[in-house]
Design a protein around this ligand. Sequence first.
Ligand code: SF4
Length: 68
Amino acid sequence: MARVDVDFDRCEGHGVCEETAPAIFRLDDEGELQVLVEDVPAQLVAQAEAGARVCPVAAIRVHRDASA
Ligand code: SF4
């Protein structure tokens, strides 16, 4: 398990996180980022981390649950 935090003040709506991790992130019709899964199950943690890595403004943090 992991938890996704997005700094919405930093997010500029580039949407590359959505391209990389469409199960986790989605831009709505207004270009606002939606986090579809805040508590990320184990099978999606790698995708969430990949999405965080590609964000050009480093607005995404993925906190892995130490017990997972
Ligand atoms: S890649 Fe970063 S800046 Fe772009 S929508 Fe995702 S969180 Fe926002």
